[in-house]
Design a protein around this ligand. Structure first.
Ligand code: DGL
Length: 331
C-alpha cells in the first residue's frame, strides 16, 4: 500500500522558474532559470502531500512555444500518465501561453487522471510571490479525488479553472486568470472545493489522441482594428490551412476585407470568425452570411484557443467544413 499519492512534476520554465535581482523585482526578472527541483526545494510544505517525482522537460519562456513544443509536452504527459503507479501530473509553465498548452492537453490526453498546469505571475524571489502557493495548491488539486475526470486544470491565485475557459487577462497582477463563466472552484488552505464541472467534451470524449498526432496544420490569427488593410489576407502564411479572424465585436469583418477573405476561402483556407472582445459568442450567419461564404464561427472561444481547436479539428477533417463547425459547438 502507498503512503502518499505519486505525482510527477514536469518543469518547462516561465516566471515560476524565474529569479529577480532583488525581492522588489516583481515584474522585471530573468525567466526560466530555476530547475523544477530548485523550485520545489524552496517549498518544503509540499513534501508531506505526495511522493513527487520531477522532470525538466523544457526550460523556456512560453511565448517561444510553437506547435512542436505542444506535441512534445503532450506526448510526454501522456507517457507519464500511462504509468499505473502515477496518480497525476503537474506541468509548470510560463503564464503567457499557459491557456493554449492547457487547452491542447485538455483536448488530446486520454486519461481521467488529474493534470494540472501551473505558473506564477511573480518569480519565487519576489515579495509576495504567488509561485509557492500556486504550486502547493496545484499539488493539492492533483491529489484530490474530485479532480479526476475534469480534464486539464489550471490553478492560480487560489482558483481552479478549466483549461477550456481560462485566459490570462492581465499582464502583471496576481489576479490575472479569468474564466468567462467563473472558476470551477477554489483552493482553501490546501483543500480544493469544486462548485461546478466542465460541460463541453474533453480528454476521454474527444476524437483526438496525442499519441496519434505527429504534426499540426498551420493556422494563423488576424487581429482586426479600425484601419485594418485588405492586404492583411495576403500576409497570411502561404502554408496556412486555417485563419482565425479576430474580428471586432461579434466577429465583424470590414467590408473591404470580405472579398479577399472569400477569395482565400475559395482557395482552400478555412476562415473562422472570432471576436477580439475576449467574451461572448459569435453568431453564425449574424454579422456575415457564413453559409453563403462557407465561413465558420468560433461559438464562444477566444482566438488563441480557437487556433488550437481548429488545428485539431483539421487533423481529422481537413476539408469538411460542417465537421469543423461542429467541433466549435462540441468542445
Ligand atoms: N516569459 C513568460 C512566459 O514564460 C513569463 C510570464 C510568466 O510566466 O508569468 O510565459
Amino acid at each position: 500500500m502507498r503512503d502518499k499519492p505519486n505525482i510527477v512534476v514536469i518543469g518547462t520554465g516561465g516566471t515560476i522558474a524565474g529569479r529577480g535581482e532583488s525581492a522588489a523585482n516583481t515584474s522585471a526578472y530573468e525567466c526560466s532559470v530555476l530547475t523544477i527541483d530548485e523550485i520545489l526545494a524552496a517549498i518544503p510544505e509540499t513534501a508531506p502531500l505526495a511522493n513527487l517525482r520531477t522532470e525538466q522537460l523544457l526550460q523556456i519562456g512560453s511565448e517561444n512555444f510553437d506547435n512542436g513544443h505542444l506535441l512534445k509536452i503532450g506526448k510526454r504527459v501522456s507517457e507519464v500518465l500511462k504509468d499505473d503507479s502515477v496518480d497525476g501530473v503537474i506541468l509548470t509553465h510560463g503564464t503567457d501561453t499557459i491557456e493554449e498548452t492547457a487547452y491542447f492537453l485538455h483536448l488530446t490526453l486520454k486519461s481521467p487522471k488529474p493534470v494540472v498546469v501551473v505558473g506564477s505571475m511573480r518569480p519565487p524571489s519576489a515579495m509576495s510571490s504567488d509561485a509557492s502557493l500556486n504550486l502547493y495548491d496545484a499539488i493539492s488539486v492533483a491529489i484530490h479525488p474530485d479532480s479526476r475526470g475534469k480534464g486539464t486544470l489550471v490553478v492560480a491565485n487560489e482558483e481552479i479553472h478549466t483549461a477550456r475557459d481560462v485566459m490570462k487577462t492581465n499582464s502583471f497582477k496576481l489576479e490575472a486568470f479569468r474564466s468567462p463563466y467563473g472558476a470551477l472552484g477554489y483552493v482553501v488552505e490546501g483543500q480544493p472545493r469544486y462548485y461546478r464541472a466542465p460541460s463541453r467534451d474533453h480528454t476521454m470524449k474527444t476524437e483526438w489522441s496525442i499519441d496519434e498526432l505527429h504534426a499540426l496544420p498551420k493556422v494563423d490569427i488576424v487581429y482586426a482594428y479600425g484601419a485594418l488593410d485588405e492586404d492583411v489576407v495576403g500576409s497570411v502564411a502561404s502554408d496556412a490551412r486555417g485563419l482565425i479572424f479576430a474580428g471586432t465585436g461579434n466577429g465583424n469583418v470590414a467590408e473591404r476585407i470580405v472579398a479577399p477573405l472569400r477569395a482565400a476561402t475559395r482557395d482552400g483556407l478555412h476562415v473562422v470568425r472570432a471576436s477580439r472582445t475576449g467574451n461572448g459568442v459569435v453568431i453564425r450567419n449574424g454579422a456575415q452570411p457564413d453559409d453563403d461564404y462557407d465561413w465558420l464561427v468560433v461559438d464562444d472561444q477566444a482566438p488563441q484557443k480557437a487556433r488550437i481547436l481548429l488545428m485539431l479539428a483539421m487533423s481529422s477533417h481537413p476539408h469538411e467544413r460542417s465537421a469543423l463547425q461542429a467541433a466549435f459547438y462540441r468542445y
